[in-house]
Design a protein around this ligand. Structure first.
Ligand code: FE
Ligand code: FE
Ligand code: ZN
Length: 278
């Protein structure tokens, strides 16, 4: 379990921060989340990261693509920018081989979901190369606006079109699926069964653990702190304890100001999940 950390001070610092709050993993943006160029990677920072990660028991880290990228864009230059950025990120990821890289699939902006799916898959086929060791994750979305990936079938359709399928997985965001209408609070088993039927549970590689400010099916995407939203702390603790999920890395993307508050939240979940571990 871990949280989202600022990448501004480098990899070693993120490992240090994660360790300081009892996290054994963390998520970070590869660059300014609104896009723009990334800082060059400093090999001595990566070395420092591996030393600290070893002591802290950090094995998995999750990089997050800028959320403004749209590989499904109607405009050619917007789509080309997304493809260039994804390719650059995947190249940078090789400085920490074998890790996870999460992206929002994209928005079809009125072209229709089928065109969106096709464009996203085509973009991924352009950027994924056989020599990459990273697993690219498609995030389950809330279905806000024209977002693609609000239904499991849409993610399955994207993956279906990807050539290097062994390099692709899914990151399930609890706030997003809830907002998308999947009732993980009262029907977690059913939701996971549906995930397994459409995408396959073997593709599920990470969980974004967030409560939601909005009711089931709201298609809004507003994260709440654990226990301060509509899903509730008990249901989210049950998610972390579910036999099909408990071995996955969990990442908090809850609204907090200070890193220490994530430490409190991790402790809260660790305590609450005990009741669901059988
Ligand atoms: Fe995300
Ligand atoms: Fe998320
Ligand atoms: Zn979100």
């Amino acid at each position: 379990m871990g949280c989202h950390l600022s990448c501004a001070k480098g990899y070693a610092n993120m490992a240090r921060e994660a360790a300081s709050i009892g996290a054994n993993t963390f998520q970070f943006f590869t660059r300014n989340p609104r896009g723009g160029s990334a800082k060059p990677i400093d090999p001595s920072d990566i070395e420092g990261f591996y030393e600290l990660a070893e002591t802290a028991g950090i094995e998995t880290i999750l990089a997050h693509a800028p959320y403004t990228l749209n590989p499904a864009a109607a405009k050619d230059e917007t789509r080309a920018f997304a493809i260039d950025t994804l390719a650059d990120d995947l190249a940078r990821m090789e400085s920490t081989p074998g890790q996870l890289y999460n992206m929002h699939p994209g928005s079809h902006v009125g072209q229709g979901v089928d065109v969106g799916i096709e464009k996203i898959a085509d973009a991924i086929n352009v950027v994924l190369a056989p020599e990459h060791t990273t697993t690219l994750l498609l995030e389950t979305m809330a279905g806000k606006g024209s977002e693609v990936g609000g239904r499991f079938e849409e993610l399955a359709a994207i993956i279906e079109r990807i050539e290097l399928k062994d390099k692709v997985g899914v990151c399930l965001d609890t706030c997003h699926v809830w907002d998308g209408g999947y009732d993980i609070a009262t029907s977690l088993d059913d939701v996971l069964e549906e995930f397994d039927r459409t995408i396959g549970l073997e593709r599920l590689r990470a969980i974004h653990l967030n409560d939601s400010k909005n009711p089931l099916g709201a298609r809004k995407d507003r994260h709440a702190a654990i226990g301060e939203g509509e899903i509730g702390a008990a249901a989210l603790a049950a998610v972390t304890a579910h036999p099909a999920l408990r071995a996955l890395p969990f990442f908090l993307e809850t609204p907090h100001e200070r890193v220490s508050e994530y430490g409190d939240e991790i402790a809260l979940i660790a305590e609450a999940r005990q009741a669901y571990l059988v």
